[in-house]
Design a binder for this molecule. Sequence first.
Ligand code: SAH
Length: 223
Amino acid sequence: MNNKLEKLVQNLFKEGVIRSEIVKQVFLSVDRIQFVDESDKMYAYEDYPLQIGFNATISAPHMHAYSLELLKDHLQNGVRALDIGSGSGYLCAAMFLMMKSQQSKVIGVEHVPELVEKSLKNLNISYNQQLKDKQIQIIKGDGRLGYEQEGPYQAIHVGAAAETIPQKLLDQLDKGGRMVIPVGKGNQVFQVIDKDANGKLNIQNVLGVRYVPLTDLKKQLNN
Ligand code: SAH
């Protein structure tokens, strides 16, 4: 039993951020402490982002929960999901558990090589088997290009703010699929993009947010 994690989940539930049983269970199953830096372990269950180096952060628990709730109906058995700017690897684990099946697959794409290594190390603690089976995979690359090889994806989470929605990500979104993405410079808006059976897109603005930019590696490191 992890009291601090339970308390966090209770609070997110009270605040209405966690609304479903499945997100609640997944939140209790993925231990955030495995995804934060050594020096921040004592803050693992606080509801704010934490630095993970290279001008990146592990997002705040309420944003992880919010994203999982929005993607919930698309993280079904046997589907493929994409996590752009996978950073700590937390959401790759959480998205995988949402889908809980042997046929499911989560691909994380991250451009900082050291963060790719760090996330693999984090995931290796409890998700070693899924890494071996390639049910969870972290790809080093430019997330704006997505990862065509494994697409199309029923669910795409973008964990960094794009100035405009990358076309490649829209292309790799499956029919009937959903993408959540922070968009904008400075004032960002969290958008939910649904692609219907005919390939038509519907875009909703749901929340004002602050994310690390989805940008060139050089720009991020010089920030
Ligand atoms: N969901 C992650 C968020 C990490 S912060 C977590 O909670 O841990 C955003 C991440 O996006 C950073 O790790 C950053 O390195 C990455 N990123 C920014 N621009 C990128 C790009 N063009 N391609 C791939 N990753 C990118």
